[in-house]
Design a binder for this molecule. Structure first.
Ligand SMILES: *Cc1c(COP(=O)(O)O)cnc(C)c1O
Length: 488
């Protein structure tokens, strides 16, 4: 049953508030500014509270259910992050403020830049990009600018493994470059021979995700980097899977020239509703001057009684701005808080538990679900959601049935190289007890697939609405609440 719109609950003349009697002199508004006949619902407070509380309960989110959506790192968002993001000095800082009066905010940004540089092993960081995908575009534009600045004008190709996230080829395309796909080998790595055959002086570089979207660490990553560097190309790291390796491996140490961090994945800022996110980029020394500006720098002296102050600076060969003002500042505060409250040991421990949890699930499910690649995984793993002796059941049916068991679906049909892919990422924040209930649910579903396939095909049975027309849901968004829903 569809929930009523707030307009359906409207009754002429009904009010949710009482204004105090005016006890000061009143001045009429200028004619042209007076608005009457507002198209607003007329409802009492109880109705408003119940309506929106009911709506909030229809949603499935990390605060209500385990959310094993692979590649998305749906971990717990610590509430302390919300406390710091709301501190008046940070929440009320204005982007047009004189930097001298916003030293605390700038110090926070500077520290975050330094921490991310240290975590990734990079020489410089810009906090500008608003999401991972925008970080990718930033990185590829920097790689392109680097070659052009050296007068190396013939590089037009970007190599991308076939396991990559769709944003990688989309990014290269947006930067005006040609995408060349590289196959994966039987163990889920980049096919080294195929890569070497493509490395020449026409490549801008390689975009690589490590661990990759199969949840597997590239076994030949150093050789991959050497092959790309050997022909003058640069290596872009898609850092969406950093949650598996923070405190363990630094992409900069592997020779990556640039990497984006998804603060809304690895560093626990809320996501899932489409933003705001943050996708800072870290770069090696040779790309530092190309970073989008402004970045925050620490300058010795300058302010009375202070040893140093913080200023905004645009690097000398900067590709320009990627975002208005200073990036998504509130997200930066949350990520800063997360890093600060965990510390180095805490961050390393989180990666260890994320990997342990994924391997625990994999081990407890592998006799029932076919593993796409049977290797020790990092923070996630991919199974095939299909059985030869249950031909009517597909990965999507398994995902939908999981909703009935109280779980958000895993990622479906990605990566594209796995047939009927189900990509499962538990994150470090799920307890052993929750993991066991999840395992139980998936094992029961596998049994149902063979004994009562129609249960899966008709799922979910308990959700407020069952299956959506997913194309229409994405293409014909209804973003406004109006008395009569708009038709496209
Ligand atoms: C999430 C993700 C991205 C894109 O990041 P957004 O912040 O959603 O733009 C890129 N690559 C991989 C592997 C991802 O999981």
């Amino acid at each position: 049953m569809l929930e009523p719109l707030i307009y359906d609950l409207s009754r002429p003349g009904r009010q949710g508030l009482t204004l105090p009697v005016v006890d000061v002199e009143t001045t009429p508004l200028p004619e042209g500014l007076v608005r009457t006949e507002l198209d607003l619902p007329e409802v009492d407070q109880m109705t408003v509270v119940r309506h929106f509380t009911r709506l909030s309960k229809l949603n499935m989110g990390i605060d209500t259910n385990m959310y094993p959506l692979g590649s998305c790192t749906m971990k717990y968002n610590p509430r302390i992050n919300e406390v710091t993001a709301r501190l008046p000095g940070l929440a009320s800082a204005h982007p047009m403020q004189d930097p001298e009066t916003a030293q605390g905010s700038l110090a926070l940004m500077h520290t975050l830049q330094e921490w991310l540089a240290e975590i990734g092993g990079f020489a410089g960081v810009s906090l500008q990009p608003a999401a991972g995908a925008q970080g990718e575009l930033t990185g590829v534009l920097m790689m392109r600018a680097y070659h052009l600045a050296r007068g190396d004008l013939n590089r037009t190709k970007v190599l991308i493994p076939n396991s990559a996230h769709g944003t990688n080829p989309a990014t290269a395309n947006m930067a005006g470059l040609d995408v060349v796909e590289i196959p994966s080998d039987a163990r889920g790595n980049v096919d080294l021979a195929a890569l070497k055959a493509l490395c020449d002086d026409t490549i801008v570089g390689l975009m690589i995700t490590n661990p990759n979207t199969l949840g597997l660490f590239e076994e030949h990553v150093e050789e991959v980097v050497a092959a790309v560097h050997g022909c003058g190309g640069l290596v872009y790291g898609d850092g969406a899977n950093m949650n598996a390796i923070v405190g363990k491996v630094r992409p900069g140490d592997l020779g990556f020239d640039v990497l984006h961090y998804n603060l809304h994945k690895t560093f626990s800022t809320p996501h899932g509703g489409g933003g705001p996110g943050s996708g800072p980029v870290g770069v090696s020394a040779r790309l530092k001057d190309f970073l989008p500006g402004p970045v925050v720098v620490r300058v010795e002296g300058g302010l009375e009684n202070q040893p140093a102050h913080y200023a905004l600076e645009t690097p000398s060969k900067s590709i320009g701005r990627m975002k208005s003002f200073w990036g998504n500042f509130g997200v930066l505060v949350r990520a800063y808080t997360y890093i600060r409250t965990n510390g180095a040991e805490g961050l390393r421990g989180n990666s260890e538990y994320a990997v342990l949890n994924a391997n625990y699930l994999k081990h407890k499910l592998e006799d029932v679900y076919h593993l796409a690649y049977d290797r020790v995984c990092k923070h996630e793993f991919v199974v095939e959601g299909v059985w030869a002796d249950a031909p009517g059941v597909h990965a999507l049916d398994i995902s939908k049935r999981l909703v009935d068991y109280g779980f958000h679906a895993p990622t479906n049909y990605f990566p594209l190289i796995v047939h009927e892919a189900l990509m499962i990422e538990p994150t470090e924040t799920e307890s052993r007890e929750t993991l066991d209930i999840f395992i139980d649910a998936l094992r029961k579903i596998a049994e149902e697939a063979h004994t009562q396939p129609e249960l899966l095909q008709g799922a979910p049975h308990t959700a407020p609405i069952s299956r959506l027309d997913e194309v229409a849901a994405a293409k014909q968004l209804v973003l406004c609440c109006r008395p009569t829903p708009m038709t496209a």
